[in-house]
Design a protein around this ligand. Structure first.
Ligand SMILES: Nc1ncnc2c1ncn2[C@@H]1O[C@H](COP(=O)(O)OP(=O)(O)O)[C@@H](O)[C@H]1O
Ligand SMILES: [Mg+2]
Length: 162
């Protein structure tokens, strides 16, 4: 793995490129929000961001930060388990998809394909439950809970800077 970085995230110039992932350590929620904002401001229309990680890893927290970078109020982003797709409108549309409820399949019936390939940004929690229909051209973020803080592993088809 390239670019292993275990200091708190600052403007480091670390690049996440095709050839490798970037690995960032966030010691607390504020650092997670920083990573999310830095990612969010580099997103483009049509981007898909898949957030992997267990319950409480920080997927919704990261989504809040992405929303903020799109001028969407953080309070609009919730983790209501009965909502599968929530649409928000900021500088770009944000489709916040949470597939948690689909533990027994059924992603084909959710309509999430309508989110892909248009001018919005799609952020997906629990993408494991939708792999059959989520396009492979996407940014993957894997969040791991550490004794203190979280590790973020980000993999992207184009360079991203952190
Ligand atoms: N880097 C971090 N270190 C410690 N706690 C964090 C960090 N980032 C987020 N958290 C906390 O972890 C929890 C994550 O919750 P949430 O974002 O709802 O997780 P998920 O959507 O993955 O289930 C929140 O209580 C948040 O304050
Ligand atoms: Mg969540």
């Amino acid at each position: 793995m390239q670019n292993v970085h275990k200091k708190n995230i600052q403007p480091t110039g670390l690049v996440c490129s095709q050839s490798g992932q970037v690995r960032l350590f966030a010691e607390d929620e504020a650092a997670t929000l920083k990573i999310g904002k830095q990612l969010g401001k580099q997103l483009k229309p049509g981007d898909i961001v898949c957030l992997y990680g267990c319950l409480g890893a920080g997927k919704t927290t990261l989504t809040k930060a992405i929303a903020l970078s799109l001028d969407i109020p953080e309070r609009e982003i919730t983790s209501a388990s009965f909502i599968i797709i929530a649409e928000h409108y900021g500088s770009l549309p944000l489709y916040h998809v949470d597939l948690y409820r689909l533990e027994n399949g059924g992603v084909e019936d959710t309509g999430i394909e309508d989110c892909f390939g248009n001018d919005g940004i799609t952020v997906i929690e629990w993408p494991e439950r939708g792999e059959s229909i989520i396009p492979s051209e996407r940014i993957n973020v894997r969040i791991k809970i550490e004794q203190v803080g979280r590790i973020f592993e980000i993999e992207s088809p184009r360079p991203l800077y952190f």
